[in-house]
Structures are given as C-alpha cells and as structure tokens.
Design a protein around this ligand. Structure first.
Ligand code: HEC
Length: 258
C-alpha cells in the first residue's frame, strides 16, 4: 500500500510544482474550426498582408493551401501572392535571416508549425495582448510572451493599448477580463485598455480577425487534417456500398448450398 501511495505522490509532484510557480496569464479559450472556409480564407488574407513581410510558412505551398481552403489559383495569384512567387511555390519570404536578426535581435521564425508547437490558444492570446511599454526594446510588451522581440504590427487595427496594472497584476487579472475595484476607484480593473479612437477595429472585430488568423495557422500546422476529413467521408461511403455488394454476393453463393 505504501508503495502505491509513494508512486501516486511521484505522479502528482510535477503538477504541484507547476501550481506553486509564478502567476501565468489567464488565457481566453480558443477552438479551431477547420470547416469554416471563410474564416480560413480571411485568416490567410491577414497573414499574407500583415505577417509575411517577416514570417515565412516554408512547409506550405500556395496552390495546396488554395485547394484545401477553397481559393482558386487565379484568385490566389491576383490577391494573395505578393512579390514574384508562383502558385506552385512554397510560402517563403525574401528577408535575409541574418539581417532580420540584426534588426529584431532574433530572426522572425518560420510559422508553419507554430500552431502545433505552441497551440492555438497561445497564439490567439499572444496576438491580442500586445501593449505599449516604454521600458521594452521595441516599446511593446506582452504578458503571454514577456519582453517579446516582435513589434506590435497590428496596432493600427487594435489601437494603442496601455497597461494600467503592475506586471504581476496583469498576469493575475488578465488583459480585458478584470473588473473595476469599487473601493479604490482610481484604477480600472481592466489591465490592458485601448485608447479610444486609435484603432480601426472594435474589440469584437479584432477578436474575430485574430480568431481567423489563428484558425488559418492551425490549419497550416496540420494541413493533412482537412484532407483526412474529406477522404474519411469517401471511405465511409465506399464501405457502405461495399457492404451491400458483399451481402448480395453472399446471398448468391449460399443460394446453391441451401
Ligand atoms: C516586422 C517583423 C514582423 C512582423 C510583420 C510580424 N512578426 Fe511575428 N515575430 C517577429 C519577431 C522578430 C519574432 C521573434 C520574437 C522573439 O522571439 O522575441 C516574432 C515572433 C512571432 C511568434 C512567436 C513564435 C514563437 O513560437 O516563438 C508568432 C506566433 C508570431 N510572431 C506571429 C506573427 C503574426 C501572426 C504576424 C502577423 C499578424 C506577425 N507575427 C508579424 C517579427 C514580426
């Protein structure tokens, strides 16, 4: 019995150690919907226009992406292929990694597999929590990725976001989910606040845009998933028809024996 208790303790220890660690940012939930083609298409539009200046998706080809998410090659070429790529090319970029490392301190990583490594929830929250921080090297910070080396490239959409809390409070209360403290009254409970009139999107529109972008990145992380769903349907239809044929065949064989 003692042995089992000891084993149980060893199994639980890592969880206890994690729980005892410092505060981590309370993430908003994210659930990908790979069947929502319009969301995936909008996400790709945003990615190509706002992210591909710095980030590649080297494991992904334009034409394959189009086939998977419902964008014909000609529309892809007209609207989504910037620079001199063809539809059969991979989604690479021309920025030199060494130059980029000099500009940003670290080269912007390829994002083909980021959704698989970090998870959709991480990306969805990361992209929605940039805020101004004069002490940080790029003038921005992020509770999901502290001291981040990426500039806030969507500030014109989101607006200028300011953190009204300490770093610890920000981690404990979250970005846009806190409540006003009626006792002190001098600090709004929401740590991250958008300065009105500085962004072109409302919070709901921005959340939707980042949802689409994260959805698209989730698809790119595992493109075969969409194909697997499609093939899966055909396999099931085939099995039903085959079962019927097998049944007819069985009846035919047994007719002579009875
Ligand atoms: C001006 C260049 C630039 C642009 C444009 C840009 N990024 Fe970044 N991004 C970076 C740099 C540099 C890093 C590395 C940050 C670090 O490690 O501190 C980064 C890191 C990231 C990471 C974290 C990767 C990881 O696993 O560590 C994600 C996710 C990301 N970017 C997504 C995006 C998305 C989505 C867009 C478009 C909305 C975008 N980026 C636009 C420069 C850029």
């Amino acid at each position: 019995m003692k042995k089992y208790l000891f084993a149980l303790l060893m199994v639980c220890l890592p969880a206890v150690a994690l729980a005892a660690g410092g505060a981590t940012y309370p993430m908003d939930a994210f659930k990908a919907d790979l069947k929502d083609q319009e969301s995936l298409q909008r996400g790709m539009g945003l990615f190509v226009n706002r992210c591909m200046g710095c980030h590649s998706m080297e494991f992904q080809r334009f034409t394959r992406t189009g086939a998977d998410i419902g964008i014909p090659d000609d529309l892809m070429e007209e609207y989504l292929i910037l620079g001199d790529h063809g539809v059969n090319d991979q989604m690479t970029i021309s920025m030199d990694k060494v130059d980029a490392a000099t500009w940003f301190g670290i080269a912007p990583p390829d994002l083909s597999l980021t959704a698989r490594l970090r998870g959709g929830e991480w990306i969805y929250n990361y992209l929605r929590t940039f805020y101004r921080d004069d002490a940080a090297p790029f003038g921005v910070n992020n509770p999901v990725f502290p001291d981040v080396g990426m500039p806030n490239v969507l500030e014109d959409l989101r607006g200028v976001v300011v953190n009204h809390c300490t770093h610890e409070e920000l981690l404990a209360h979250g970005g846009f989910t806190g409540t006003l403290d009626p006792l002190t009254g001098n600090r709004s409970g929401q740590c991250l606040q958008v300065q009105p009139g500085t962004g072109s999107m409302t919070t709901a529109e921005f959340d939707q845009a980042i949802y689409d972008l994260t959805n698209f990145m989730t698809y790119v992380g595992e493109p075969s998933k969409l194909q697997a769903h499609r093939i899966g349907t055909y396999v099931l239809i085939f099995l039903v028809i085959f079962t019927f044929v097998a049944y007819l065949l069985k009846r035919e064989y047994w007719r002579d024996i009875h």
